[in-house]
Design a protein around this ligand. Sequence first.
Ligand code: ADP
Ligand code: MG
Length: 468
Amino acid sequence: MKNSLNQNFNQNNQKTLNWEQIQEDFKIKFGKEVFESWLKKMDLIETNTNFLLISVPTRFIRDWITSRYLDTVIEVIKSHNKNINRIEFKINTLSNEIDKSEQSLDKEESNVTFIKDSFIQYNRIDPNKNFENFVVGPSNSLAYEASKKITDNISSYNPLYLYSGVGMGKTHLLNAIGINLKANKKVMFISAERFMYHFVKSIKSNEMIKFKDYFRNTDVLLIDDIQFMNGKEALQEEFFHTFSALLEKGSQIVLTADRPPSKLTRIQERIRSRFSGGLVVDIQNPDFNLRFEIIKNKMSELNLRNNNQVGISEEIQKFICSEIKTSVRELVGALNRVVSFSRIYNRIPNLSETRIILKDLLNIHENKVTIDNIQTIVCKYFKISKNEMLSSRRSRYLVRPRQTAIYLAKMLTSKSLPEIGRNFSNRDHTTVIHSVKTIEKLKKEDNELNIKIDSLKNKILYNKEDEI
Ligand code: ADP
Ligand code: MG
């Protein structure tokens, strides 16, 4: 590597730099991946006596390059012109708009006019969020049906207003509507925040007419997270006009928010009442079955993509479903985390490892589970007394419950083996290991025991009778 740099070093002590050659050197020095993702985005604007002016599309890219690669970048450039000892970056605002969200979904869509270009970039419909992979249950079936209906018969409800807490599938449904309709209709899919961004930008650059035309030209306007407009008067004003113009010409509007229209307290009354003028539907928290269906679906998706290599046990899947209850995003996130673990370590985590992997998502329950609590619940379940459980008697009707309690203590708390032993009348940690192994073995052979243990886990974790 050094050789090729040195070669260039001697012949290139001149005013103009061969930028292409320098980029080739970057590619060799940093590897193709880093080059393609970052360094390729630098363009030479100007060569000065001792510094270069380089343009990059975003601040983020500039910061990334300067924090990680700058020394080597300068070293490479120096090998072409030894006088260069500094780089100045200019953020290229034209492409800035395009890359702002950094989400690399698509890349080349240049040579359209500036304002359009930026709209197109945010009008990203994600093909992976469609009706087919939206799992329907009692909590979201109304929202699903209403969204579907719109794709069959536009303007059946206008506007359709979907609301729920975060991570419940609103954006997914908006996206699915967009996918279905975009073949035959002009669809605009944008978050309220983006809408605001373009609105302000258009005012600044005197392009309000283009802005208005652009939005008023759509057949289907899908606006996500409308609560963002709370308190933003000028934006609401503009939006109200766009909204009314679209309704008048029969365009379909679908809105989502994190609350019902009546709770959008800082949105003008006339707008709120227009929001409620169509159909308002909420998505409730998913129940256990829906959560489990979603996890199963996600598992088969993952397996499809990975040659059936993703083998998270049903126990772990159920564990995730019973722990993560309020957001589908977190639910899927939790599964992905466990899957990443199994990829990195090349094995499937057991229950207690899963608890550690998901610790920050589970901490609400973590503190409540004590060994004492486990013993009480297990004793009650097997109808023995705590004294009997803690005694040294080895009658069969005591041994199994004792082993079960020890097993659950290991699985559901972060206590060490000796600590668990101490809590069972100072038993040795080898006894603890033996109990855990015995139950693990029995669980494989005995489905009834499996069910018993699941039900005990539920009682311990949630004070709940059998939900599983
Ligand atoms: P919201 O917009 O309500 O905050 P999202 O639509 O972004 O939520 O959903 C969060 C994540 O959960 C997304 O990855 C989405 O695909 C997934 N998701 C939500 N609900 C479902 C569902 N019913 N079936 C399948 N995936 C879902
Ligand atoms: Mg959303």
